[in-house]
Design a protein around this ligand. Structure first.
Ligand code: URA
Length: 257
């Protein structure tokens, strides 16, 4: 077996093991016309992207233990061994998402940066600190909201995500949203906004409006990393946050008298 095939096979076995799916090995070739081999009935392994010359250190080994039938845990395991795109080759680890899995608010950013890739948690660098302050300004603690990204892996040198990477990751984010069922989504930055809305319109035209994403109100604001570089824009970001709060408040059913 070639080195590449061995890596693929190891990932396949890790994935099946993490999902609690036993793997049967064929002892001998079946006679012609005999029943198909037992493992022919096994579910397909996840689509694999391009092979890596070198596997990143954590991605091949760090497989969390699966929970008791919890959709979140299953999804987290799937993401942790994802090989759907070439970012599998350069990441230290995947960055699934963090926060309250019953949150009303969901924040969606672009992709992990260097610190996030190292720590396995979104928005932990300087931009993350500013995001925490922005949330605090509207009365929310970081652990009250759920934070995720368009991409679960860091693009090398923090380049923009490629369309095929976004497409490969989209299903994970959709499943996170379906599990969380937030009452409001705040998209932080151009990449998050454009990919959620499938548009190339400039962020300046997308902010200060309320969109719907799969039936959930979606408000766009500037990325905290951009606000660190352009602090004068913080005033607009504050208006976006107020718009999100107002949108959520309007959507609350008034108590019956
Ligand atoms: N920027 C993002 O968009 N997401 C992160 O997790 C970190 C920085």
């Amino acid at each position: 077996m070639s080195e590449d095939s061995e890596i693929k096979e190891r990932l396949r076995l890790q994935y099946l093991d993490a999902m609690g799916i036993p793997v049967w090995k064929l002892r001998s070739l079946p006679a012609q016309g005999a029943e198909p081999a037992a493992d022919a009935a096994l579910p397909e392994t996840p689509e694999t992207g391009p092979d890596c010359k070198q596997q990143s250190p954590l991605s091949a080994t760090k497989v969390p233990t699966i929970g008791a039938g919890d959709g979140w845990d299953n999804l987290a395991v799937e993401v942790s061994v994802c090989a759907r795109c070439e970012l599998q080759c350069t990441r230290t680890q995947t960055v699934f998402g963090v926060g309250n899995r019953r949150a009303t608010w969901m924040v969606i950013g672009e992709a992990p940066g260097e610190q996030e890739d190292l720590q396995g948690e979104p928005f932990v660098g300087r931009a993350g600190q500013l995001l925490n302050e922005m949330l605090r300004a509207i009365g929310l603690q970081r652990d009250e909201v759920y934070i995720a990204n368009i991409l679960k892996c860091r693009p090398p040198r923090n380049r923009d995500p490629k369309p095929e990477e976004v497409a490969a990751c989209e299903g994970y984010l959709k499943r996170q949203i379906a599990l969380l069922q937030p009452r409001i989504i705040l998209a932080a930055g151009r990449i998050a906004a454009q990919n959620l809305l499938k548009t190339t319109e400039a962020i300046g035209k997308l902010r200060s409006r309320v969109f719907q994403y799969e039936g959930i109100p979606l408000v766009i604001t500037y990325h905290p990393a951009y606000l660190l570089r352009s602090p004068l824009e913080k005033r607009k970001a504050w208006q976006d946050l107020l718009l999100a709060v107002e949108t959520l408040n309007k959507s609350r059913v008034p108590p019956s008298s």
